[in-house]
Design a protein around this ligand. Structure first.
Ligand code: AMP
Ligand code: GLY
Length: 423
């Protein structure tokens, strides 16, 4: 088989590494990929949003299966375009991707189907939003409806901040049309857990749980990032919590989408918060999380290509997932200044061309090749994932390996995994 992966981050590197373990795969391409992924796949210089070029490439190379990493091409309708051409692709259609690309749509699906989530009100008129805001006791979560590259959620700590955010989102159009509609949502407290499931439009198979670390600095302080590290499983998430989430979140969501005539195929990612009343949904994503994928995918023992083909063919009921019991910890190394502005182009030392062992893996993200030398090229530069018999050992192993890597102003959190180890 010839497989194409769309994306360029650590998530796509982890996907490519796992796909290469499948004996069915003869050729693997990634568009656009990065310096780290080129160990696994041939990098093709097409951007993730250039859907017509991706379709042409898939036709020309007779690609048997395309797998989409990030949300942007899904929201643009890459799956619809590939399927129109008879090309097999793993991911949701544009309409189904609205579970991520419209927070208002996702909230409606949850409310209509009694899926546990934070109470929220929707606004398209800023005066009404401001009037409502005046009656609230902070903190509250204010969410732009559309995709805002992870910046569309503000936890407002005062009435003034609520008002400022409403004005910024709706009147000053900080994110254009994406913030013209907003949700004002009850603030929930608890640890966050990510649960991802393979879906085929009807059947779902949940994966092992994981926990992301969104804030930039230790102790969950500082601005939110795309994710500074993850570990899997999340010990706070019991088997009962998994059963509850499968029954009350994942299954009813996929069923509801089917009933709406937009069957959900691909990865359904439930971002949960563990409240005193049990898990509640903070958000849905329609793809693998990053860095969660870098902690979860290495633990998968079942052939990933088999699972994805079964999902494309509506046959997930024939699949059982087999997991490595050992926990995995992924720590992300970022450019100094991320998620704010940062300098690119620094030489990265100690990565040895991304060749590591089966239980310590390096995944490239913002890394590029400058005349044969790896240099930084993004906010999140790379991830180091380690697996071991205990979470504490996996954590130590990941940090030991990360300690051998260096680039100017390298920044990483020192506490990834602590919440699980100290539980
Ligand atoms: P989202 O994109 O909806 O996951 O929001 C980004 C982050 O904001 C989440 O990972 C949470 O840390 C936080 N957040 C979102 N909604 C809420 C909420 N209702 N209560 C508390 N924190 C929230
Ligand atoms: N790590 C969060 C996300 O991928 O959305």
């Amino acid at each position: 088989m010839r497989v194409l992966v769309v994306g360029s981050g650590g998530r796509e590197h982890a996907l490519c590494k796992k796909i290469n373990e499948s004996s069915k795969v003869k050729e693997l391409f990634v568009a656009p990929g990065n310096y780290g992924i080129k160990k696994e796949a041939s990098c093709v210089d097409i951007s993730v949003e250039d859907i017509s070029s991706l379709v042409s490439f898939a036709k020309e190379k007779e690609i048997d299966l395309t797998i989409v990493g990030p949300e942007a091409p899904l929201a643009l309708g890459i799956v619809d375009e590939f399927e129109k051409e008879g090309l097999k692709i793993f991911g949701p259609s544009k309409e189904a991707a609205k579970l991520e690309s419209s927070k208002v749509f996702a909230k409606q699906v949850m409310e209509e189907n009694d899926i546990p989530t934070a109470r929220a009100s929707e606004f398209t008129d800023s005066d009404e939003a401001k009037k409502f805001a005046a009656s609230l006791v902070p903190p509250v979560a204010i969410k732009a409806d559309g995709l805002c590259a992870g910046k569309g959620v503000v936890i407002a700590q005062s009435r003034e901040e609520i008002l400022q955010t409403v004005v910024g989102f709706m009147e000053e159009k900080e994110f254009g049309d994406a913030s013209a509609k907003i949700l004002i949502e009850e603030y929930l407290e608890g640890q966050e857990v990510s649960v991802l499931a393979f879906c085929d439009g009807e059947n779902i198979i949940p994966m092992v749980s994981s926990q992301d670390h969104k804030p930039a600095y230790d102790g969950d302080r500082g601005p939110n990032t795309g994710g500074m590290g993850a570990y899997s499983p999340a010990p706070i998430f019991s088997d009962e919590d998994m059963d509850f989430t499968t029954k009350n979140v994942l299954k009813p969501t996929v069923k509801a989408m089917g009933e709406k005539g937009v069957p959900f195929k691909g990865i359904l990612y439930a971002g949960l918060i563990m409240t005193e009343q049990g898990p509640k949904v903070l958000e849905f994503n329609v793809r693998f999380g990053d860095p969660e994928a870098q902690a979860v995918i290495p633990r998968l023992k079942t052939d990933l290509v088999d699972v994805m083909i079964a999902a494309c063919n509506g046959k997930l009921d024939s699949i059982t997932l087999d997991w490595d019991d050992r926990p995995a910890v992924c720590v992300v190394a970022a450019s100094g200044g991320y998620p704010g502005s940062y300098t690119k182009g620094y030489e990265i030392k100690g990565i040895d061309d991304f060749d590591d062992s089966s239980d310590v893996m390096l995944f490239g993200a913002g890394v590029k090749d400058k005349e044969g030398v790896p240099v930084t090229a993004g906010g999140r530069v790379l991830g180091v994932t380690a697996m071991a018999d205990t979470l504490a050992d996996a954590q130590q192993k990941a940090y030991r390996r990360l300690g051998q890597i260096d680039f100017k102003d390298m920044h990483y959190r020192r506490d990834i995994g602590d919440k699980g180890v100290n539980l």
